[in-house]
Design a protein around this ligand. Structure first.
Ligand code: OXD
Ligand code: MN
Length: 634
């Protein structure tokens, strides 16, 4: 190893070895040789299945424990000496409870196993915004994912040396993967053991501690103290036909298409005009006031941990090309006997034979029917891209009986882990230590109600922007445990990632005009309205660019718009719809304010949500009053 290891790193790692009873300590340097040894060891243990190198070079498929497929929000807690939030913004645990109830789960949890020490730099080398994590883990799967998702090894060790041995300490043990003993704890005030403790899960959001634990929950508490922002946002660069560059960030709840938007290809008409889109990040942005008067963003991550189902050459060709370059870890997708992978939405027809994410064998027995383990018969509906059980339901796992859940080939939250540097649409400035100046920020969610939440709506003031982001709602997805489909309010798409009380976070956002002269234009977007029959009325994907293009023209003063109580809207003439024919009724539902579409009920639901927080900033409650007043007057 070329970089000297700071004694604080070695001392702490040995302390963790003492607690966990690990066999050996293996320091990861991030070198290709060491990474390859790690992957080979995973293949040897059966945890990784090597894929066909002609299709997926140097790539692997892995299957998790069936209970370990998503973030465990109920078991994700913030540990503070004082409980100031009453479980409104996050779940709370006291330091005493952490030490008495959770610490014992780490005691001897690594007996008979090696402990990997993973130095992980979050953010580009040389950036004042970057932060180092050292995570210890008993999971070679977690270590292999961290090698992609962070700048692992030497860059992190150099950063630690240059910053007087300062790093975030992450303790992770996959232990027995016992869901009933799963915890993800964060200690923003510090703790003698470690700053992040997670146990009994190897799933990304729970176990890759650089991601949600450090880059969101802990970073946002530091950001508040230091005057910057840590956000659940993608970063995108748009070059307009005149050559002018616009950088935007966008926050969406998990599994709402952030990765697709980050790699969007504009419709042909716009590409021909000379619009170009490139990617800087797909999940997290750290934004800091810059001396040029704008907010500058960096992407703290080095890779993408994307949702597989639905990804294909039409929905996200750039992502597919990123994956085809290889070096991918697929988790919980289906695998075929010839070393290929499959997930619902990858191709219209499933393969004839494959093993699903639970490793059950599927075999085609009719034109549209497959048998699972020769016991259950299922029918493939190509139009819907989903399965229906036709017989043998009693052989399905309990959770699937009564067709509450469909038997999927790939888990709905199956993922790929891949380096951002492989993305063909990557912007060359994605590793600028100084970040990029943000002129546009979007907040979105899945709102299916016809005519309700507009396709795009620009905030008319900073206070309205903060209000709009606070009351964002979204139908639940499979990225977290919970009732898929229920609408939940997900302020700033940060609800699962709040590190300190929401009202304080909103005050922090409301204070931004004091340090940023040129704030980004803020807008909300909703690609997910449906008609009476449940069909999406907006194509989404590349066509989402039409909303972005309108916002850019709006910022330049050249776009038609309508002012409404829910922000500035395009109206039926605002969007450039060249090449996209849609019924006027649908266009109106997407681009105008429709009080009869359910706004009184929506306003009441927002008011109830805000009322849960007794100390909401007045700027936010005033915006709510304005909206309710305007709706009542219609
Ligand atoms: C993610 C998530 O994995 O938000 O990015 O769940
Ligand atoms: Mn995310």
């Amino acid at each position: 190893m070329s970089v000297k290891i700071h004694p604080r790193v070695t001392d702490w790692a040995h302390q963790m070895k003492g607690i966990t009873g690990a066999n050996k300590v293996i320091m990861l340097d991030g070198s290709p040789a060491q990474r390859s040894r790690l992957n080979q060891a995973l293949v040897k243990s059966g945890a990784f299945q090597a894929l066909d190198p002609a299709k997926w070079p140097n790539s692997y498929a892995s299957r998790s424990a069936p209970t370990d497929t998503a973030r465990a929000e109920d078991k994700t807690l913030m540990v503070y000496s004082e409980n100031r939030d009453n479980n409104r913004s996050f779940k709370y645990m006291s330091p005493d409870a952490a030490h008495s109830d959770v610490l014992p789960l780490f005691k001897n949890a690594m007996n008979g196993r090696d402990m990997f020490v993973v130095p992980a730099l979050m953010g580009p080398e040389g950036s004042s915004l970057s932060r180092a994590l050292v995570q210890v883990t008993d999971s070679p799967y977690v270590a292999a994912n961290m090698a992609i998702m962070s700048r692992m090894g030497d860059p992190a060790l150099r950063h630690i040396n240059e910053n007087n041995g300062v790093f975030t300490r992450g303790l992770h043990a996959s232990a027995d993967l016992d869901y009933s003993k799963l915890y993800v704890l964060h200690f923003p005030e510090g703790d003698p053991i470690a700053d992040i403790w997670s146990v009994n899960s190897a799933y990304g959001g729970n176990a890759l501690q650089g991601k949600k634990c450090l880059a969101l929950r802990l970073a946002m508490t530091q950001a508040r103290a230091e005057g910057w922002l840590a956000e659940h946002m993608l970063i995108l660069k748009i070059k307009d036909p005149s050559g002018k560059t616009h950088y935007l960030t966008a926050a969406f709840p998990s599994a709402c298409g952030k990765t697709n938007l980050a790699m969007l290809n504009p419709p042909t008409h716009f590409a021909q005009q000379g619009w170009e889109i490139t990617t800087l990040g797909d999940d997290i942005a750290w934004l800091k006031p810059h001396s040029d008067g704008t907010l500058h963003a960096i992407n703290p991550e080095n890779g993408m941990f994307g949702v597989a189902p639905g990804t294909n050459d039409q929905t996200n060709g750039n992502m597919m090309d990123t994956l085809r370059r290889g070096n991918v870890i697929f988790t919980n997708v289906a695998t075929t006997p010839d070393g290929d992978v499959w997930w619902e939405g990858l191709t219209p027809r499933p393969p004839k034979q494959f093993h699903d994410w639970r490793n059950r064998e599927w075999e085609q027995i009719g034109s549209n029917t497959w048998a699972i383990d020769r016991q259950v018969k299922v029918e493939w509906n190509e139009g819907r891209g989903s399965w229906k059980v036709t017989s043998g339901e009693e052989f399905l796992p309990d959770a699937l009986q009564g067709a509450k859940e469909l038997p999927n080939a790939a888990h709905p939250n199956s993922r790929f882990t891949v380096a951002a540097s492989q993305c063909p649409s990557l912007a060359q400035e994605w590793e600028n230590p100084d970040g990029v100046p943000i002129s546009l920020t979007l907040f979105g969610g899945r709102r299916p109600e016809f005519g309700l939440i507009p396709l795009v709506s620009a905030a008319q003031s900073w206070e309205q922007a903060v209000y709009m982001a606070t009351v964002m709602g979204s139908a639940m997805t499979a990225a977290a445990f919970g009732a898929v489909g229920d609408i939940r309010r997900d302020a700033f798409a940060q609800l699962p990632f709040m590190g300190y009380p929401l009202p304080d976070y909103l005050r922090h956002w409301l204070s931004m005009p004091q340090s940023v002269r040129h704030l980004p234009q803020v807008a909300t977007v909703n690609w997910f309205q449906r008609d009476d029959e449940g069909r999406f009325i907006w194509h989404g994907y590349g066509d989402n660019f039409r909303a972005l293009e309108w916002l850019i023209r709006l910022g330049e003063g050249s776009a038609p718009y309508l002012d409404s109580p829910v922000g500035r809207l395009p109206g039926i003439n605002g969007l450039d719809m060249t090449g996209y024919n849609m019924p006027e009724k649908h266009l109106a539902a997407l681009t105008t304010f429709n009080p009869e579409a359910g706004w009184p009920a929506e306003a009441d639901s927002r008011a109830r949500h805000l009322a849960k927080y007794p100390d909401m900033p007045e700027a936010v409650t005033n915006e709510q009053k304005k909206l309710a007043g305007a709706i009542n007057s219609f």
